[in-house]
Design a protein around this ligand. Structure first.
Ligand code: UDX
Length: 453
């Protein structure tokens, strides 16, 4: 039963890689007796299924969706700021009049305006960071004037507190080439600039995973690690019967995938997915296709526009060896015992999911934080390898085949599997009762309740 003294509204940026961690966090709060409401755009609201969490629409000004075609990210965020501030305020006032007054807003860090709504209404604000703490610390250093942009190729490797030294190609792409996605970079830097306005700064990671950084930043910045935000069933804690993220923006073919996986031996399948946003070129898709074919392991490949991009004779050529689907429940697939390797773009959610479910990885990165995540996967956490790109920026079939072989049966294969199991156990412990992340979430809830006594 939710405590009416403690009502948190959680607001995601309406993309799959943001809805997942934020919704999961809302569910975690609900499991601790907090009344949690998930406020998202009208065109994503029907995709949300979470029994203990209320779901309400707030508008970004594009109620039919379609903003990606009609506007750039800057115009989109500006629209969300204007219309979102208004509709969020209306929603909170509605709750305040209904006997469930809102105590706190937890919002995706891309929605920097939400903190102003909270402050105007005199309630708490908590920003939720969806990248690793290490990547966030780089943006924070820029805001603090400790790292200067553009990072020049001649000034690398870059040495920053708590991080391994980073080569140019290992930096988040927004830092390596700040003009290519300047609107994204500006938005990101803005959120770090306004960090101090918040009462809490949460990050979807756990202390044990980024312990050097946690030690180096202790007392310097306010970030609190509360992840990984996975359904508890995947962390072996049936505390709340929570078995799915509860949000999918595309139709899933999970049953077909699981039935097919059931026919494969343990640790034999290569699962390939590049998340929800990456737009993989037709050339890269072709190289991945033939790389998988020559690898000769069974594979399950998630690709949304396969009909336009897959080589015409690929499906007939691989026959029963592999299946290609448009979308699945990634957690269920990664948790299946048949999966032995995850070929991933290293988006932060996918990285955390691979680590938390103990699956070794091959990184085929695209942009944003992914090159940095891939470096950590290979060098720091030692649970995988990075595929090298050629001068055209393509991972060729031979390189992919070599990486898959290294992970599946190479000299370091056992070490990667052991490390993957170790991180899985540490992730479970962090969110388990009394673990580092669980403790931080309890402190947050207690503070909210305390204020209302
Ligand atoms: C992006 C960025 O890449 C990421 O680094 C950032 O932190 C958030 O926004 P995205 O590219 O979609 O996200 O990748 P990722 O972060 O890996 O998130 C993808 C999500 O979609 C994961 O939670 C994954 O479980 C889910 N997914 C993916 C599915 O549910 N089904 C699929 O078939 C593929």
């Amino acid at each position: 039963m939710a405590d009416p003294r403690c009502h948190v509204i959680v607001i995601p940026y309406p993309a799959q890689g943001h809805i997942n961690p934020l919704l999961q966090f809302a569910k975690r709060l609900a499991s601790k007796g907090v009344k949690a409401t998930f406020a998202t755009t009208p065109y994503t609201v029907n995709s949300i299924h979470a029994p203990n969490v209320g779901v309400e629409p707030i508008s970004d000004g594009f109620d039919e969706g379609g903003f990606k075609q009609s506007s750039g990210v800057e115009a989109y965020l500006e629209s969300f700021k204007t219309v979102g501030s208004r509709t969020l305020t209306e929603l909170i006032l509605k709750f305040n009049a209904s006997g469930f007054p809102v105590t706190c807003i937890v919002y995706d860090s891309l929605l920097t305006w939400a903190v102003d709504v909270a402050k105007q209404l005199g309630i708490y604000a908590a920003v939720f960071l969806t990248n690793s703490a290490s990547v966030c610390s780089m943006y924070w250093q820029i805001d603090q004037g400790l790292l200067t942009l553009p990072v020049k190729q001649e000034t690398v490797p870059v040495s920053l507190p708590g991080l391994p030294s980073l080569d140019f190609y290992e930096l988040p792409s927004f830092l390596a080439s700040p003009t290519t996605h300047s609107a994204y970079l500006e938005t990101i830097l803005q959120k770090f600039h306004s960090l101090d306005k918040n009462d809490w700064v949460f990050c979807n990671s756990f202390e044990e995973l980024e312990i050097e950084l946690v030690r180096a930043m202790r007392g310097l910045w306010p970030v609190v690690m509360v992840g990984p935000t996975l359904p508890s069933a995947y962390l072996d804690q049936q505390i709340d019967g929570d078995t799915a993220y509860g949000a999918s923006l595309w139709e899933q073919t999970t049953d077909q995938c699981l039935r097919w996986l059931d026919t494969k031996p343990p640790d034999s399948v290569i699962y390939v997915s590049f998340g929800s946003m990456a737009d993989i070129s037709a050339k890269q898709v072709e190289e991945i296709a033939w790389g998988l074919e020559v690898s000769n392991w069974p594979f399950l490949w998630v690709i949304k526009d396969s009909e336009n991009k897959l080589p015409v004779d690929f499906i007939s050529s691989v026959g029963e060896t592999g299946i290609v689907v448009a979308w699945c429940n990634q957690l269920e697939v990664l948790a299946h015992q048949a999966v032995g390797c995850f070929v991933t773009h290293c988006g932060w959610n996918s990285t955390l999911e691979g680590l938390s479910l103990g699956v070794p990885m091959v990184g085929v990165t695209q942009w944003s934080d992914q090159p940095t995540n891939a470096k950590f996967i290979e060098e720091l956490w030692k649970v995988g390898v990075r595929a090298k790109k050629d001068e055209e920026g393509i991972v060729r079939r031979q390189e992919l085949e070599k990486c898959i072989r290294e992970v599946m049966v190479g000299e370091r294969s056992e070490e990667m599997k052991n490390k993957a199991s170790k991180w899985r156990d540490l992730a479970k412990a962090a969110v388990g009762l009394g673990g580092s992340s669980d403790t931080k979430i309890n402190q947050f809830v207690l503070k909210l309740l305390d204020e209302k006594k």
